[in-house]
Design a protein around this ligand. Structure first.
Ligand code: 1CP
Length: 351
């Protein structure tokens, strides 16, 4: 089963994700909405981050902003990986300049049991925004696909266990190594919540999904396989039946790319540290997404485009290639430079 109109299914983004020939290398940027855009700062003025994620009108406007400005090949739904936790009643906030902060960090089986399951009915603003966005995006550049997303269980668990952003994920890994029963229960609970969040977006018309396991690079391959991969695989398997491509991305995952693919991805997101030449043979019969160093947009335009050209050339050896940065857009990025990058990638000749 596939969803969406023929024009949408024929878009460069969905073709590359499926491994079909493309007229140009499709491009979008992780965190293309958000603080790098003056129009984003304007509509967010006086509105808390999570409030904006629970308001269909704001979600719609913010999701469309980078599409209007750059003409990127895909939109990404404006939300956050912790929004579904908020929706089920976990006491958390996204603190400006910090990130997600959880009031009562999860440490015990009782803590896990206290987290309710998620139902699509708890996300009315998500379904409503996706539905409206799909209608609007159909008329932009001949049909622009919408990417839905969720946080993968490990990355979401890190916020729940640490209580906030963390570099080492020490408490999270201590729980994983020291209390495998609590860990397993927590990962199952989050996997279910992330799957429902994704299913809700796809049911309302999202054409692809990205599972963000941003912090999976903190794990060895063995620990990833034992403690994390089965849970991410369960999320991806549930989406597999819906007929939309699944992108799986993490940072610092050079040693995990094969395993993240095997978890059930159609497209493996590659961060900027791993050359595509090394990533492509490892991911097998899957497409790749990436992977310009996000700081290269601060370099002179010719330096940035020279590096982008090398990535496009390397991507030709893959089953399919979606151009992106190797992680999110840095807030101080000059939007004009991203506009030049978009134009460069879309007009780069592939013949
Ligand atoms: O007030 C603000 O503007 C806060 C900044 C912000 C924004 C714009 C946060 C707080 N989240 C978001 C939106 C967001 N989050 C999107 C929007 C769509 C787009 O890509 O354009 C997406 C996809 C996310 C996903 C997300 N949130 C991830 C995974 C992606 C990644 O960057 O690795 C993670 C790890 C988060 C947690 C989070 N939310 C916000 C911050 C500052 C953080 C990171 C904190 C940390 O360092 O741990």
């Amino acid at each position: 089963m596939t969803t969406g109109s023929t024009a949408l299914q024929d878009s460069a983004f969905l073709k590359a994700a499926r491994g079909e020939p493309v007229p140009h290398t499709p491009v979008w940027f992780m965190r293309q909405a958000g603080r790098s855009l003056p129009e984003y700062l304007e509509v967010r003025e006086g509105v808390a981050m999570l409030d904006s994620c629970m308001n269909a009108e704001l979600i719609t406007e913010i999701t469309l902003q980078p599409v209007r400005r750059y003409g990127v090949d895909a939109a990404i739904f404006f939300s956050d990986i912790v929004l579904p936790l908020k929706a089920v009643g976990v006491d958390l906030d996204i603190v400006p300049g910090v990130g997600p902060v959880v009031a009562d960090p999860v440490r015990t089986l009782e803590d896990v049991a206290a987290i309710p399951s998620l139902t699509p009915e708890q996300l009315p603003y998500v379904s409503q925004a996706v539905d409206g966005l799909v209608g609007e995006l159909a008329g932009i550049n001949g049909g622009t696909p919408l990417i839905g997303f969720a946080g993968a269980p490990f990355t979401v668990a890190s916020y729940l266990v640490e209580g906030g952003p963390s570099k080492e994920h020490a408490k999270t890994k201590a729980l994983m190594f020291g209390a495998p029963d609590v860990w397993d229960a927590l990962m199952r609970k989050i996997a279910d919540i992330s799957a429902v969040f994704l299913e809700t977006q796809v049911a309302a018309g999202a054409s692809a999904v990205q599972l963000f396991d941003s912090w999976a690079g903190a794990l060895t391959p063995d620990d990833y396989v034992r403690f994390v991969q089965p849970h991410s695989a369960r999320v991806l398997a549930r989406i597999g039946g819906l007929g939309v491509p699944r992108i799986h991305f993490g940072v610092g995952t050079t040693n995990l790319l094969d395993l993240m693919g095997e978890a059930g991805a159609d497209v493996v997101g590659v961060d900027w540290r791993t050359p595509l030449e090394r990533a492509i043979p490892v991911v097998g019969d899957r497409s790749v997404q990436g992977n310009l160093d996000p700081t290269l947009v601060f370099a002179p335009t010719e330096v940035m485009t020279e590096r982008a050209a090398a990535i496009i050339e390397a991507g030709r050896a893959a089953r399919g290639h979606v151009f992106n940065l190797g992680h999110g857009v840095i807030p101080s990025t000059d939007p004009d430079q991203l506009a030049r990058l978009t134009e460069f990638v879309q007009s780069y000749p592939l013949d």
